[in-house]
Write a protein that binds this ligand. Sequence first.
Ligand code: ATP
Length: 275
Amino acid sequence: MIASATPSIGTSPILAVENVHAGYGDVTVLRGVTLEVGPEEVIAVLGANGAGKTTLLRAIAGILTPNQGEIRIFGESTRGVAAHELTRRGIGHVPSGRELFPELSVEDNIMLGALSASRDRRQALRRRVLSLFPAVADLLSRPAGRLSGGEQQMVAIGRALMTDPRILLLDEPSTGLAPKVVSMLFESLGWLIREEGLTVLLVEQNAKLALTIADRAYVLEQGRCDLSGRAADIAGDPRVIAAYLGYGRIVLAGGAGIEPVAEGPPGFEPGTDGL
Ligand code: ATP
């Protein structure tokens, strides 16, 4: 069953977004977003183009100040806290478009994530990033601007991991990447989630992909997240299928993958029940 309100996560959330309104100047984008992310949860936020997914992550990361509502990290309000201080408190942000420094080397881009860490800590974090993305080890001296999209995405995630985040905000990591590269990237993320219990808030237009990796999901529509629930339930919701998943139904098998089937669930008529 799909909950219409935020499902209880049964423990203190790492991140709580409460009735947040935010936008740009006179343009209101978020109109009362409420969501929670518990320890070691992977939460997906789905939504159409322009729904406000990036805006939501920017507000959580402290790049954008909400006009109304509250964002709490480990129970403490982030109001008035600078983005770099939120990074220190455990928010790692991989922005859409990656935002690397194109002239700087891959090594410098990655190490920028850990400027304030001790030398030993920096080296330990660097080893972790290179073991997660071995391909990056061969690119360290190359300017980041000369990498492929997939390589840049690995560097952007690596830079965020260098901050040793308690929660990783991932903004459309699959955008513009070939399916093979996306699979590789999500395998690495899956490993981090399984082996290290990384907590993730994932924004994705590729709903199928997001729902294979997520525990729970929220659907952002008209500036609010009124539809939310377990990823498997969201994946089976006719409205979500119609709006985001196409005609195939996906079956989640213990998070192991997706299995497209030819027709939708009983009673479902494609294209008649949009969100
Ligand atoms: P997409 O999936 O296409 O990336 P999104 O869900 O991430 O979309 P946002 O990027 O958050 O959506 O944008 C939400 C709305 O805010 C859009 O209508 C967009 O045009 C508008 N917007 C985004 N950035 C700005 C800005 N800097 N100034 C004014 N409006 C903006």
